[in-house]
Design a protein around this ligand. Structure first.
Ligand code: SF4
Length: 319
């Protein structure tokens, strides 16, 4: 029997909800679409607008050019869009010096973190920046600080246990918006024990979309033997969903870009599967997987597991 033939009579599919696009991603994609309409092509976007292969490819086909450096822009009369992850201040300065029109698609929740790190620096605090040092969001966040180096980027509990600051000034914390809520809490606890009373985690910057998608994956983990997360490999929040599935005891968890990467051979004998999608993954990719599952199983039962209803929308600037 080929992998694509019916593997079992019955499969229960648990759909995690919320899943997929968040308010910041909808806004960022909306900004690019509006700019395509208003300014035509070529249109430059600094970094991938959101970390999803399908979204990026679709925009590329429409004439969007994704760049990692403003030096890659050959026509300075064309606008440049800053991705949802945000960018360091020096990028805005350079764009201004080159006479470029900047359209900012930084997620408002990332901007909130930017304001917070600037405030902590103004207060003269040491700053623990919880996140991955190479992720564009963290590069953008620490890039809000100029002439201030009293911060350390902490990616793991082990680093939290050993990090040192040059003086004993009070400690403040900011976090990447897309990390695992459990890991952030663990790191913050360690810092709290070591440095007294850093700004508490009630002020964690993990965003609502990350938190809700992780809650939903934890919930479906109670019912399934395998979980498929739809999202690109460079999407932090998608990676975290796979990690949450594993932490919840699911030994078979997969991060896939689309239906072409479905791990069919791993699903033999599985009676219940969970599906989620990272905040940058379009819902149509989930629909395609369900359609394909319908071809493989005679009796497919779909369960919508809704842990919270989301209605967060951010306004798309019109200029
Ligand atoms: S995951 Fe959160 S911070 Fe990131 S774009 Fe979406 S809403 Fe904004």
């Amino acid at each position: 029997m080929s992998e694509k033939q019916i593997m079992s009579d019955k499969l229960d599919v648990y759909l995690a909800s919320p899943r997929g696009f968040c308010g910041g991603v909808c806004r960022a994609i909306g900004i690019v679409e509006l700019a395509l309409k208003n300014y035509g092509t070529p249109l430059y976007v600094h970094h991938e607008i959101v970390h999803n292969k399908h979204v990026v490819e679709n925009l590329r086909k429409q004439g969007v050019i994704f760049i990692e450096s403003l030096d890659e822009i050959s026509d300075m009369s064309r606008p440049v869009i800053i991705s949802a992850h945000g960018a360091p201040l020096k990028i805005y300065r350079k764009a201004e010096s080159l006479g470029l029109k900047v359209i900012d698609a930084t997620c408002p929740l990332v901007e909130k973190v930017h304001k917070k790190i600037v405030r902590l620096a103004d207060e003269g605090k040491n700053i623990a920046v919880i996140g991955k040092p190479t992720h564009p969001e963290i590069i953008g966040t620490v890039g809000q600080l100029e002439n201030y180096d009293k911060y350390k980027i902490i990616a793991t509990p082990q680093e939290a246990a050993t990090v040192c600051f040059d003086d004993d000034k009070p400690l403040g914390m900011v976090t990447q918006t897309t990390l695992s809520t459990t890991e952030v809490a663990e790191i913050a606890d360690i810092l709290q024990q070591r440095f007294g009373n850093p700004e508490t985690l009630s002020q964690s910057d993990t965003c609502y979309a990350t938190t809700h998608r992780q809650m939903a994956v934890r919930e479906i983990s109670k019912y399934v033997e395998a979980i498929v997360v739809v999202g690109s490999k460079n999407s932090s929040n998608s990676q975290q969903l796979q990690k949450i599935a594993a932490e919840s005891g699911i030994s078979k968890s997969f991060l896939i870009d689309d239906v072409s990467e479905m791990p069919w051979s791993e699903l033999h004998g599985i009676k219940a599967i969970g599906i989620s999608a990272g905040a940058s993954a379009p819902e149509e990719l989930v629909v395609q997987i369900i359609d394909e599952l319908k071809k493989h199983y005679k009796n497919l039962k779909i369960h919508d597991i809704i842990v919270v209803k989301e209605d967060v929308r951010f306004k798309i600037p019109t200029n």
